[in-house]
Design a binder for this molecule. Structure first.
Ligand SMILES: Nc1ncnc2c1ncn2[C@@H]1O[C@H](COP(=O)(O)OP(=O)(O)OP(=O)(O)O)[C@@H](O)[C@H]1O
Ligand SMILES: [Mg+2]
Length: 631
């Protein structure tokens, strides 16, 4: 007989707990436990808690309960991956299965928070327990003390479907829709709803299923609170898409990053996918940070998975200090950080990317443009490899699991543009860095990512070494969105835009070819024409591709400014120059580069935009001739 739960009863002993267990541990291996159920059944991917029976109980008689996920079921037995150290777990320890998948809590209060991969809020934990979690502590992800002013948008009797809005709360500067739970099946009717300031777990409305004959099944009423759970491994709009209530749209608008090299040469669409592979120290994290900070996304989710602990701490400490260039407020107001370091258990690292994407999908569903950036997906793939290895699965290339490709695909596929049932259009853009060992892009994670994403920003060690930042190599990078956004570009940036970008990219390629030749033959080996082309390529690289992250003006260039600057640049590249010799050419271009850089560093005023200067006037300025006679 189980002992009666009484505040006066002595705490249960380890043996009591083990004797009562319906589901118990039968083996422990690293972060894995094998369990056996004497009653009920075990579900694939359900979450359970392993009680460390042998640990001393706390002052409320409780032992640590370690969160774990079922990864393989064999009849009454199953393998579970524990999200924490399994130290002290022994055979016979009880397991409590929840019947629920690994989930996140979606509701107001996500913005500005720092979570770990299991959505444990790190700031409050840090306050209470230092930066790292004590084992078996799972504080609620969303603050229950905060009151949100809920304004209903429907009344009693309104009929709704999954994903429909019942009302809103104001989260910072964002109206936050409270939606009918996304897994609701069939029509429901609002049977009760209230207005006022409520915490996230207060019932603000009740809904009941509507039967086929139109009557309401009051007995099956379901509460609606400001937050709802969602299983992280399941794309949030899946059911809505299947029932045709939501619709996937073609990404045909750009995410403006204000980084010239990306927006002009290798654009990323809102709702698109991009990857940034690069060798150690080439600038992946800095580049992603710039994108997170300056891009025109409404909401940014940063998934810092498994990089060096120090780097993650830097992100967490730096971001709240940063100003949002668009609002002047803190950048954290529109940011959610999900972080794990390599010192956290492997399973928690693996889940962080899903947690981040699910949060991104949630805000997309409200009609926001969300950006999810993951740094680095290689660490995530390594976590997957470790898990797979421990499960003794048949390994694929470089010991990664055979399903590496499909796992990477399934992550990037969650990006996209979605029209919600109420017509609101939102997007989720996904950008991941990849850190291939030795900078070798042939390795499986880079290759699998490249076959999935539609934009590739490859960093080169050589450019980083020369401090040519951002160190994206324009000769290996590509973006399929350049064609996909052509219609938009023609309208917003001018009819000849794409053709001009193509031409300048060609000049970069030619410049590289000529440079290689000169390395062999010396300058004398190339014609004056070729030498001028080489100088033109140098101009494009130095004044346009490279952008100074430390200059307050140059760090970020609006799209309107890029339009003007690129127009000037293209005019400079496409015009004819008549030089007497190579020295004269080199001298002119060096001066041109310096003058152009000055324009980059000069902020436009209401009265003047420095880039309004014509190519002829700029050439005349540096060569000291009047525009009409400029050579
Ligand atoms: N855009 C930039 N402007 C100026 N300096 C930069 C820029 N990008 C990178 N750097 C320099 O390069 C260093 C390394 O950059 P970063 O940490 O982003 O590289 P990483 O590719 O993320 O490295 P790791 O492989 O270790 O994660 C930075 O600390 C900084 O000094
Ligand atoms: Mg990095």
């Amino acid at each position: 007989m189980p002992r009666r739960e009484s505040p006066y009863a002595p705490p249960k002993t380890a043996d009591d707990l083990r004797a009562e267990a319906v589901v118990r541990v039968t083996a422990v291996r690293d972060s894995f436990v094998t369990i056996e159920a004497t009653g009920g059944h075990i579900m694939m991917n359900e979450v359970g808690y392993v009680t460390v029976a042998g640990d001393p109980p706390d002052d409320r008689g409780r032992r640590p309960e370690l969160k774990a996920e079922v990864l393989r079921v064999r009849g009454r037995e199953a393998d579970m991956q524990v999200f924490e150290s399994t130290q002290g777990v022994t055979v016979g320890d009880p397991v409590r299965l929840t019947g629920r998948m690994l989930s996140v809590s979606l509701g107001p209060g996500l913005l500005g928070k720092v979570f770990d991969g299991l959505q444990n809020p790190l700031a409050s934990l840090a306050r209470d327990h230092g930066f790292f979690l004590p084992r078996g502590m799972y504080p609620p992800p969303l603050d229950r003390a905060v009151k949100w002013q809920f304004t209903p948008s429907v009344g009693i009797g309104t009929r709704l479907l999954a994903g429909d809005t019942v009302g809103t709360v104001q989260e910072g500067r964002f109206p936050h829709k409270i939606m009918v739970p996304f897994d609701t099946i069939g029509p429901v009717q609002v049977t009760w709803i209230q207005e006022g300031p409520f915490s996230i777990d207060t019932v603000v409305a009740r809904i009941a299923p509507v039967r086929a004959d139109g009557t309401v099944a009051e007995a099956q009423e379901r509460p609606v609170t400001l937050a709802q759970p969602w299983a992280v491994r399941r794309p949030l709009p899946d059911a809505l898409l299947r029932s045709r209530r939501a619709e996937r749209l073609y990404p045909d608008r750009p995410l403006t990053t204000t980084l010239r090299l990306i927006d002009t040469f290798f654009p990323i669409a809102l709702g698109g996918t991009a990857c940034i592979p690069g060798p150690f120290g080439a600038g992946k994290t800095v580049l992603q940070g710039l994108i997170a900070r300056y891009s025109t996304a409404d909401i940014v989710v940063i998934v810092a998975c498994g990089e060096r602990a120090g780097e993650v701490v830097e992100t967490i400490e730096e971001f709240p200090q940063l100003r949002d260039p668009r609002t002047g407020g803190s950048l954290m107001d529109r940011t959610v950080i999900v972080c794990n370091t390599s010192s956290m258990p492997v399973a928690a690292r693996e889940s962080s990317i899903y947690t981040g994407i699910t949060i991104g999908e949630y805000y997309r569903q409200m009609g926001y443009n969300t950006l999810v950036i993951a740094d680095s997906t290689s660490r995530w793939a390594q976590a997957m490899r470790e898990t797979s290895g421990r499960m003794e699965e048949i390994p694929g290339e470089e010991a990664f699991p055979a399903y590496l490709d499909s796992a990477i695909k399934s992550v990037y596929e969650r990006a996209g543009v979605i029209r919600a049932p109420d017509g609101a259009v939102g997007s989720l853009t996904m950008i991941g860095t990849v850190s291939p060992a030795g900078g070798n892009f042939e390795e499986p994670v880079t290759q699998a990512t490249l076959s999935t994403v539609k934009a590739f920003l490859g960093l080169s060690a050589d450019r980083a070494y020369r401090r040519a930042y951002p160190a994206v190599d324009p000769l290996i990078s590509w973006s399929r969105y350049r064609a996909q956004l052509a219609e938009w570009a023609a309208e917003a940036l001018g009819p000849g835009w794409n053709a001009r970008v193509d031409r300048l990219q060609h000049v970069l390629e030619e410049g590289d070819r000529i440079q290689q030749m000169m390395q062999v033959t010396g300058e004398e080996g190339v014609t004056l024409d070729d030498f001028v082309t080489f100088e033109k390529a140098r101009l494009v690289d130095l004044v346009y591709l490279q952008q100074d992250a430390f200059d307050p003006v140059d760090v970020s260039m609006s799209l309107e400014r890029q339009k003007k600057s690129f127009g000037l640049l293209a005019d400079l590249v496409e015009r004819d120059y008549r030089f007497a010799d190579k020295d004269q050419a080199r001298d002119a271009f060096t001066k041109l580069i310096a003058a152009y850089r000055n324009l980059n560093y000069t902020a436009p005023t209401a009265a003047e935009e420095p880039f309004d200067i014509t190519a002829e006037a700029l050439v005349a300025r540096v060569t000291g001739t009047a525009p009409a006679e400029a050579a």
